[in-house]
Design a protein around this ligand. Sequence first.
Ligand SMILES: O=C(O)/C=C/C(=O)CC(=O)CC(=O)O
Ligand SMILES: [Ca+2]
Ligand SMILES: [Mg+2]
Length: 406
Amino acid sequence: MSDTTSDSFVSRHGTDGFGIAHLPYGSFSTSSADARLGVRVGDHVLALTDLVSRDSDLFALVDHRNLDALLASDRSSWDRVRADLQSVLSSADHAERLTAAAHPVAETRMHMPFTVADYVDFYGNEFHAANVGRIFRPEQAPLLPNWKHLPVGYHGRAGTIAVSGTDVRRPHGLRPEADGNPSYGPSRRLDIEAEMGFVLGSPVPGGRVSLSEADDHVFGLTLTNDWSARDIQAYEYVPLGPNLGKSFITSISPWVTPLAALEAVRVAPPVRDTPLAEYLDDAKERPWSFDVTFEVVLNGKVVANPPFASTYWTAAQMLAHMTVNGAGLRAGDFFAGGTISGPEKSQRGSFLELAWGGAEPIVLDDGSEFTFLRDGDEVTLRATAAAADGSTIRFGECTGRVIEFA
Ligand SMILES: O=C(O)/C=C/C(=O)CC(=O)CC(=O)O
Ligand SMILES: [Ca+2]
Ligand SMILES: [Mg+2]
């Protein structure tokens, strides 16, 4: 990483959270310009076309409305673009020009940062999976027998992944009733799932991605909220798994944090207590978990702090698993790692768990009891991690407000 000179763009505008060690990517527009690929420094956004030289072969990869072209390239291009940005943003030579070209975040509109190809949602957190098992299937063992042998997941609807700030319309569907017959209507158990999303690139048509190749294909990470209608889900999921109870919307942050920004917080995943098939055995691989702490914010108040590092299955294992059958990988493929919960009650990443299926309501500041989301409620996910230079990395927020679906 380049040293930051005393009068560079980052020394003027970088802040803790969005400094030289972070540099998340997003697609932004302003009142005078259409969507462009940008990078965030402090409370400003810069177009990548103002940072990467027109003479560079990399210019063609960044002169777009979003990350699509960059995702279709490869790890070496991703690293070169990031190195270019760090060099230009740290140099005194460019401070005046970039200060003139920068846009305050408050004056921008954010768009989907990439076109989602396929979307898989995993179930990789043991605390969450065991809690859901206890709530949904109290008569059975909390974890189903396959859970420690492979990262369980389902295919979601790529087309309903939406950028943070998009309203969440309360879905309608079939809800279980006491008499055994379902009733049709708006969900009464609308919930969140605090997750980390992984943005993939460097395509592998019809091939596999091994654990040791994961670094070449995970471009970046983005906060993800897999809104879930627990009543619709509970009725429909047997035997094929979640469908309409989750596919109405999945929100992601507009900001994609590069994998390279998270080197300082790579940590080992939880200890494996079950032997793994060779393609999933990560005992000799570099660590693929991250020490990232989430905040779940309900109407402005923090209600939980899920720790990402408690997730049992890693992103490298999920990627190896989703390609081991030869399904391959396309630029823009996306997966989420599963709802993040920790051992403490205050670390649960869904209201299903926080209010224990409705049996243990959360008591809000005004003394009222809360179980599932009401129209008008707003949920924001935030997360932080430590950067290599001692600063903090603040993931871009992921927010959404529940509205009626007329
Ligand atoms: O075990 C079940 O029946 C349901 C599980 C979930 O709802 C979890 C899910 O969507 C995956 C995850 O985010 O962990
Ligand atoms: Ca989920
Ligand atoms: Mg969802």
